[in-house]
Design a protein around this ligand. Structure first.
Ligand SMILES: C[S@@+](CC[C@H](N)C(=O)[O-])C[C@H]1O[C@@H](n2cnc3c(N)ncnc32)[C@H](O)[C@@H]1O
Length: 254
C-alpha cells in the first residue's frame, strides 16, 4: 500500500503535482517509484547501499536473533552499521544500552568482523524488558510488555565473540559494570527518556574525540519525550543532534 493512500484525495493530488513538478525540473523527466518504503521512511532516491551483499548477509544474521519481532528495520540497522564502521579507528569500546535479543549488535559485529576485534562490545539490558519502576515513563510509541526474558539466548548469540560482555541490569544503576575507560560508539535504544539521558550523561566524559552516539528513537514517531530530553542535553553541551529520516539521531563527539 502506498503511504499516500493514508492522505485525503485532495492532498494526494496536490502532493503528486508538487513532486512531479520537482522531478520535471530535472533535465530528464524521471519515471519514479519508491526505492524504499518501510519503518516510516519512504524515498524515491538511490538506496542500493541497503542491499549490498555484505550488509545483506549481516542483516540476515541480525534478523535471525528475532530482536525485531518480524519487522525489518533495514535502514536503521544500516545506519548503526555505518556508525560502527566509522568509529573502528576511534579509541575506545562499543556500548549498546537497549539490546533486546541483540539484532542490531549482531549485524554490526558481522560487518566489523568482530570475532577478531581488539575492542570490547558492552551489551547492556535487563534482558527481560522495562524495569518495573520505569514502566510509567516509557515513551507513548511503545507497549510496556513488548520485551520478554531473553538473557540465555543473548549469551548464546554472542558466545562466539571473545570480546563481548553481556551486562544484565537496569540503566542507570548497572552502568558502573561497563568497564570501558573510553568509548568510541554509544547506542541508546531503551525507548524511554530517563535511562537514555542518564546513560548519555554517564558516558559523555568517556566518549573519545570522534566517537558517535546513535539514538535509535530520537525522532521516531511517538517518542517525543526522548527527543525533548536529548535536545535539552544537546543545548546544555552546545551541540546539535543530527535528526535522520529513519527516526534516529546522531551526535559526533568533538
Ligand atoms: C527497542 S529494544 C532494543 C532493541 C535492540 N537495539 C535491537 O537491535 O534489537 C529496547 C530494550 O531496552 C531495554 N530497556 C528498557 N529500559 C531499560 C533500562 N532502564 N535498563 C536496561 N534495559 C532497558 C528493554 O529490555 C529492551 O530490550
Amino acid at each position: 500500500m502506498s503511504v499516500l493512500s493514508f492522505l485525503p484525495e485532495s492532498s494526494r493530488i496536490r502532493l503528486r503535482r508538487r513532486l512531479l513538478k520537482r522531478l520535471n525540473a530535472i533535465d530528464k523527466p524521471l519515471d519514479w517509484k519508491w526505492t524504499f518504503n518501510d519503518d516510516g521512511v519512504a524515498t524515491i532516491h538511490n538506496t542500493d547501499f541497503l542491499h549490498e551483499p555484505a550488509f545483506n548477509r549481516a542483516f540476515e544474521l541480525g534478523m535471525k536473533t528475532d530482536s525485531w519481532k518480524g519487522a525489518e528495520p533495514r535502514f536503521r540497522v544500516y545506519t548503526a552499521c555505518w556508525a560502527a564502521l566509522q568509529t573502528r579507528d576511534v579509541p575506545g569500546d562499543y556500548v549498546e544500552c537497549g539490546v533486546n535479543r541483540g539484532g542490531m549488535a549482531r549485524t554490526q559485529m558481522e560487518m566489523l568482523d568482530f570475532q577478531t576485534s581488539e575492542k570490547w562490545y558492552w551489551l547492556v539490558d535487563t534482558y527481560q524488558g522495562f524495569p518495573e519502576e520505569q514502566k510509567a515513563l516509557v515513551s507513548r510509541g511503545m507497549s510496556v510488555d513488548n520485551y520478554g526474558e531473553c538473557y540465555d539466548d543473548v549469551l548464546k548469540t554472542f558466545a562466539p565473540f571473545p570480546k563481548v560482555r553481556v551486562v544484565r541490569g537496569a540503566v542507570p544503576e548497572i552502568l558502573p559494570e561497563v568497564k570501558a575507560e573510553q568509548v568510541c560508539y554509544l547506542s541508546l535504544d531503551m525507548n524511554s527518556a530517563e535511562p537514555e539521558l542518564a546513560a548519555l550523561r554517564y558516558f559523555w566524559p568517556r566518549l573519545s574525540r570522534g566517537a558517535l552516539v546513535l539514538m535509535d528513537d530520537y525522532a521516531y514517531i511517538g517518542f517525543e519525550r526522548q527527543k525533548k530530553a536529548l535536545d535539552d542535553f544537546a543545548s546544555e553541551h552546545g551541540i546539535v543532534i543530527l535528526g535522520l529520516a529513519t527516526g534516529q539521531g546522531l551526535i559526533v563527539k568533538n
